[in-house]
Design a protein around this ligand. Sequence first.
Ligand code: KIV
Length: 272
Amino acid sequence: MERKFSSKKIVALTAYDYSFARLLDTSDLDIILVGDSLAMVSLGLETTLPVTMEEMIIHTRAVNRGCHNALLVADMPFMSYQVSDEQAITNAGRFIQEAGAQAVKLEGGARMAGRIQALTNAEIPVMGHIGLTPQSVNKLGGYRVQGKNYKDARKIKQDARKIQEAGVFAIVLEGIPDDLAGEITQDIKVPTIGIGAGVQCDGQILVLHDLLGLGMDSSPKFVKQYACLGDKVKKAVSSYIQEVRDETFPDEEHSYKSKTHNLKSVSDAPQQ
Ligand code: KIV
């Protein structure tokens, strides 16, 4: 909340496992989100819809083991909070109690305000997520930028106000025009964290694999790739295959030696 009024942007990334969580946590990152993008990035699913609570819990636990500095937020998967307040509190509570998350994130605007209120009443900090909400892909008819016309933009601004009133501590603005994101950021008191929402938000989040060049073949316009690790991985694996096949690995440097070099004489020695 204080960061909203400081000039230092909030920086967030997703992580899905212990190794990456450790690496991210040693940097000056503010938030690690175990996003339901896990479904597509790590589990190879077509959308985020099929990922389950059990899968999200396992990955959040693993990330938690490597996360000691950043705020750990777990994404509530599709159908883990839509049915009732009770279902939402039970599942969000599992992320906190069983997996070590400090907050949960859920998608939806005004229509989710009551649910968010129920969670915050249960002492569970909630991050909101509005604009292009991937769990609504079937309703939205695809992954399209939202709020491009006046009516839709007003609705998204209203969504931000409603979930702020319900108690979110921050709001992810995904896939909306930069001027609308700027207007919402000025309008509300809690920080906005953009993804495909331009530079005027209070913070930014990206999917880790997109930033590292480990993602899909084509990325959306808003993704900036800061490294090409995919190419590096492929090159390293080809070198390994080559060296094993031409017997240059394992070499002397990577092999153990027995104290007595003549193993045959050891096994042939008469038993006492
Ligand atoms: O699941 C996810 O990774 C997300 C973010 C990118 C905001 O929801």
